[in-house]
Design a protein around this ligand. Sequence first.
Ligand code: SF4
Ligand code: SF4
Length: 503
Amino acid sequence: MKVKSYLPPKFIVERNPDRCIQCQVCVNQCSFDVHYYDAEDDEVRSHEENCVGCHRCVVFCPTNALTIRKNPLDYRENYNWRPEVIEDITKQAETGGVLLTGMGNDKGYRIYWDHLVINASQVTNPSIDPLREPMELITYLGRKPDRLELDHNSLSLKTELAPQVKIEVPVMFSAMSYGAVSLNVQKSLARAATEAGTLWNTGEGGLHHSLYEYADNTIVQVASGRFGVHSRYLNAARIIEIKIGQGAKPGIGGHLPGEKVSADVAATRTIPQGTDALSPAPQHDIYSIEDLAQLIHALKEATNYTKPVAVKIAAVHNSAAIAIGMVRAGADIIVLDGFRGATGAAPKVIRDNVGIPIELALASVDSRLRQEGIRSQASIVISGGIRSSGDVVKAIALGADAIYIGTAALVALGCTLCQQCHTGKCAWGICTTNPFLTKRINPDIGTRRLTNLLRSWSLEIKDILGGMGINAVESLRGNRLHLRGIGLTKTELEILGVKMAGN
Ligand code: SF4
Ligand code: SF4
C-alpha cells in the first residue's frame, strides 16, 4: 500500500523572475510534471519534488531563466547510513516493492581504465603522424584459422575461412531494443553505423520493418524471450548474437511492461499488443555448454553458415572458464558485458551489487584463451561503461577486438544519465515509446551526432596509435606491454597482466 512520502525533493528548481517570459516552454519540455502554469497568478511554477535533474528544461529555456540545483539538505554525517541508504529504505517503506532504476552501476568501485596509462614512442621507435601516414582501424570479427595454407602455384588461399565481418572502426553500438528505446533512436543508430562502416545491435526486441534496409550493418539478438526471431530476421543480419546475460543485471531476466508494448512494438516483437514482454532469466533450452553448442549450430544451419554467431554474457567471477566453453561450443565472437553496462530497467540491488568490472573480466578471458591456445578461434567484444577513445585503446591493448558503446551513444543523443529510463518518461525522447516524447529524437540529427562521436573517437585513436609508433589497431590488440598500472595492488596488476608504471 502506498503511503505519504517522507522523501525531500532531490533537486531545487530556480526560476529567475527577471529572465522568465512565462512562455511555458519548460511546461511542455518536462515529462515529469514539474513545471505548471498557474492561470490565476499568470505565472509558471514548479512542483520541484518531481524533478529528476534531467536538464531538458534548462537546455530549452529560451532566456536561460532556469537553474536546477542538487538539494543541499544535509543529513547528520554517518558513513554507514549514508543519505542514499536512508532514501532507499524510505522508498521501500512507502512502496513495498523492488527498487527499480535505469542505466548502469554508479557506485564508487574502482574504474581500472583510470589506473592504466598508455605508452608513447620516444627516440628508438619513432612516432607516426596520422595526418600524413596511413593509419588502419579496420577490424575483422569472426573465427580465425590457426594457420593459413596457400596454393603455391596460384598463390590463392586453400584454407576455408569462417565468415568474417569487417568494421571500419573498432567501436560498435551495443544492444538496445525497440521498446526499451524509441524507434527514432534505433534509426539514428542504424544510420550512423551504416555511414561509419560499423554495426548496431537490435537488442532482444526484433528488427522493425523500416530498419531492414540497414541489415548489412545490423547485429540481431536471440535472447531468452525469442522476441521477433524468425528466418527473415536471422538471414538479414550481419552477425547473430545469443544473449545469455547482461552486465547491468546478471542472472536476471527482463520485463517490458504492457503499456510500452504499442502496436508497432508488438508487431516487431511478434507478441500481442499491450501484453507484458517477459524475458526469462535463463534461455530455457540452454542448461549446459552442449545445449549452447546446439543453439549455435541451429543458428548457423538456419543461415547457411554465412554469419558469425556471437554469445553475450555478463562479466562474472568465472567468465574465463565460461568463455572457454563458449569457444569450444562454436561461438565465433565472445561478448563480455561489465557491471557498468546500462539497461532500461533493473532492480537497483542487482545493478549495484552483482557482476565484476569489465577490465578484469577482459584481461582474464583473453589470458585464459591464450593459455588454452584457442584465442584466435573467437573475437572478443566488450562493453560496460566505455567513456572515451582512451578507454577503447586500453581495452584493445588488454585484448579486445572491438568495443560496444551504449551509454556513450545515448549521451551523444542527449541523455544526461538521470537514471529514469524505467519510467518510460525520458524527457530526451530516448528510453520511451510515448509518441509525443519519441519525436524529440530527429533521426537526421541523431545520425549526425552519432557519426560525429565515432569520427572524433577514430581521430583520437589514430592520434594515440601514432604516438605509440603503431600504424594499425591490429598491432595493439592484446599487447599489454603498451600499458602500465598506477595505484594498483600486485594482485590487480597480475590479473590485468600489466606492469607497474616506472617498471
Ligand atoms: S525537465 Fe528535467 S530538470 Fe527540468 S524540471 Fe523537469 S525533470 Fe527537472
Ligand atoms: S535515457 Fe533518458 S531517462 Fe534514461 S538516463 Fe538518459 S535522459 Fe534519463
